[in-house]
Design a protein around this ligand. Sequence first.
Ligand code: NOJ
Length: 445
Amino acid sequence: MKGSDFGQDFLWGVAIAAQQNEGAYNVDARGLSIWDVFSRRQGKIKNGDKPSHACDFYFRYKDDILLAKALGFKVFRFSISWSRILPEGTGRINKAGVAFYHKIIDECLELGMIPFVTLYHWDLPYELEKEGGWTSHLMLKWFSRYVTVCMNEYGDKVKNWLVLNEPMGFTTLGYMIGKHAPGRIGLENFLPAVHNAALAQAEGGRIIRAEVKDAYIGTCFSCSEVMPYTEKEVDVLAAKRMDLLLNRLFIEPSLGMGYPHEDGFALTDKIHLHNKAWKYTERMKFDFDFIGIQNYFALTVKHNPLIPYIQATEVSAIKRKVPHTSFGWEINADSFYRMIKRFNDYDGVKEIIISEGGAYFKDHLVNGVINDADRIQYFQEYLEAMLKAKNEGINIKGYFAWTLMDNFEWAEGYKARFGLVHVDFKTQLRTIKNSGYWFRKMLSQ
Ligand code: NOJ
């Protein structure tokens, strides 16, 4: 496989996110985010890790962007920390924070890299969480202001925008299960959070369209094929419910289809009724130029009446003895291929970017070398699957590897390493892994 097999215009990139990389959590008048505060709560993050310093990208951005370029990538996807530019989430603008993203953007442009900017990658300003965060009906107003500030500041230089990163992820983990910040639990949080995210997703798109000439606008969806453990009807239905939640909840409203519905799945009726969703079909819709797809695992589930609403539990890849990453996430490139096709089949999807893809494997640094053969094989298989879909005519415009360097992996802390570049979090020394060199070679051919 060679980079040129994908065509000269194919957008090869690396993706990072503010909270996971920047550190400098209290530098230059940045406001706290929900993750800064959540990580102080005991037992929430593995090993008590905190994102306070992360990879120190705030101070090392020049070298890191250069590194991405040296590995052969042309796109640099990063996110803006909302609380860096609006410390209270709304109201006053923090000039130093604004300046930081100008520096990143300018650095990319000077190096001939294309900036792709995510507006929301899970780091809500803590001041807004105090007012209800994603559950508040004011969210739309706050988010609109934030997006408008970003467009006014950066719209002349940045044309490629991603509105939300994986809304299913941050609403479910943050507002239903409580595993992620802000750590809220229960339907009373989840239902309004979903709706406000679905509205913000579309509203963000509209604001960018109105403010930025020639913008290329997308948003990112996580997706995972869900298979039933047996052919039994209860398992098949469990898989359908899980599929609705994981794969349909946010893309369908964005396409003007309203929220998805499955008979007998009370959760969907609740989302609908609680939010009087029938009134909002038009407002949740936006004509995105592209969608970002992020596929990290395939899932097999079986019926489990003890799990509220979804009544499904995963039968792990480890138990099923199928290939998996160090997270236990099933590796299945054919399933990735099928998910690309499936998302492409929706009416209204125009172009697709694989806006993240990558894997956590335990790395071993031996004499300055990390021979991460598992990760190389993973990329090889997934990129081949993507190429197959592309060659069949699916409009796939780019692939962004997750991630440039090891970083703060949310509730899993620093141990779960996804980078093409190893980071020693004590010294901040970067060491290119063999997977990084593999990309460089593949992209040069
Ligand atoms: C998707 C998220 O966008 C990213 O922040 C995270 O690190 C990766 N998944 C890996 O879990």
